[in-house]
Design a protein around this ligand. Structure first.
Ligand SMILES: O=P(O)(O)OP(=O)(O)OP(=O)(O)OC[C@H]1O[C@@H](n2cnc3c(O)ncnc32)[C@H](O)[C@@H]1O
Ligand SMILES: [Mg+2]
Length: 196
């Protein structure tokens, strides 16, 4: 089976990439599964694109293989797009999904302006080639009550457009049909097929 290294240490993302790439007969391997210990890559960029490129290019360079990275986040309109690129550590170090949710819920309080979107930027770095980028979205709103156990990150407070449940109440299969990550992956299909 073909293999593709995904420059992520996020278990939730890694699982989603596994199921996307399985369909193409590709084994998606995250940094959590590699034998060698990979140091955390500092996400010092000021955009999703810069951070996705940092992750993909650093691992691709050191391993001399094609690498895919994902930089993603939640953008809330009434918070001027926050947490945005700071989504993973919105409530500070160490990264804590529940603390991030609590902070967002506190900031929104009773607000009726709750529109938001998940954004995903994929970067593919191949040694000696220009890095390519694909962008995906999932539109929705922030719930007034946290619900659901599936997924990761902000899924328990994000209600996608056309749904009454949160992303964390949907099955993994349902999430993978409509998520920002799947939207971006579909746009990468030509490259993925070429990899096979
Ligand atoms: O950098 P890597 O190692 O890939 O893992 P990370 O969790 O730090 O990933 P990001 O830097 O891209 O930050 C993305 C954050 O945005 C949130 N997020 C992204 N995609 C999400 C999704 O599908 N569902 C819920 N929250 C998501 C979640 O809080 C993530 O930690
Ligand atoms: Mg990160």
């Amino acid at each position: 089976m073909k293999e593709l290294v995904i420059a992520t240490k996020n278990k939730g993302k890694a699982n989603e990439f596994k199921s996307f790439f399985e369909k193409y007969g590709i084994n998606a391997i995250s940094l959590l599964e590699l034998q060698e210990e990979i140091n955390d890559i500092e996400e010092t960029g000021s955009t999703f694109e810069e951070n996705a490129a940092l992750k993909a290019e650093q691992i691709s360079e050191s391993m001399q293989i094609p690498v895919l990275a994902d930089d993603s986040g939640l953008m809330i309109d009434t918070l001027d797009g926050r947490p945005g690129i700071f989504s993973a550590r919105y409530a500070g170090e160490p990264k804590d999904d529940q603390a991030n949710i609590d902070k967002v819920m506190h900031e929104l309080q009773e607000s009726t302006e709750r529109s938001a979107r998940f954004v995903c930027i994929l970067a593919v770095a191949v040694p000696g080639e220009m890095t390519i980028f694909k962008k995906g979205y999932c539109e929705g709103k922030i719930a007034t009550v946290q619900a659901g156990e599936n997924g990761f990150g902000y899924d328990p407070i994000f209600i996608p457009v056309g749904y009454t449940q949160t992303m964390a109440e949907l099955s993994p299969e349902e999430k993978n049909k409509i998520s920002h990550r799947s939207d971006a992956i579909k746009k990468l299909e030509d490259w993925v097929i070429h990899l096979q």
